[in-house]
Design a protein around this ligand. Structure first.
Ligand code: SF4
Ligand code: SF4
Length: 135
């Protein structure tokens, strides 16, 4: 059985509670960020940020119109990351979630290339160690 994931962008207010909850639930460290003229922070996923809210800002006259999108692993039904992993380190659990077994991962980074959504990230300090990036 497959599950669907609905992200209703018409209801998202950009509060980033989901971003904070993901950090807390998965025990991820905070990251130092910079204010680059937008409320969007951080600017990319990482080994410590598995979910983030994208802010799309468009000028409309004197106003700025915001659109928000909660960005994370889609737990794809046909997951490219799983298909290419030579170590068979990426699995799907009974509820359909795709996750990585860091103990088996060899750090080849094939999954980084295979994911069309640029979700997997490596740990900068351990270059060849693939950080867990899926919930
Ligand atoms: S890492 Fe990418 S390809 Fe793999 S399940 Fe998540 S979104 Fe899909
Ligand atoms: S980096 Fe790890 S999880 Fe990704 S494809 Fe290679 S062995 Fe598999």
């Amino acid at each position: 059985m497959r599950f669907g994931m609905l992200n209703d962008v018409t209801r998202c207010t950009g509060c980033r509670s989901c971003q904070a909850a993901c950090k807390q639930w998965n025990d991820r460290k905070p990251e130092e960020t910079k204010n680059l003229g937008t409320y969007e922070n951080p600017f990319s996923l990482s080994d410590n940020t598995w979910k983030r809210v994208k802010f799309v800002e468009k000028e409309k006259g004197d106003d700025i119109k915001w659109s928000f999108f909660s960005y994370q692993c889609n737990h794809c039904g046909d997951a490219g990351c799983m298909a290419v992993c030579p170590a068979n380190a990426i699995k799907r659990n009974k509820k359909g979630a795709v996750f990585i077994n860091e103990k088996i991962c060899t750090g080849c980074k094939y999954c980084l290339q295979a994911c069309p959504f640029h979700i997997p990230h490596t740990d900068e300090k351990k270059e060849f160690h693939q950080s867990a990036h899926f919930v």
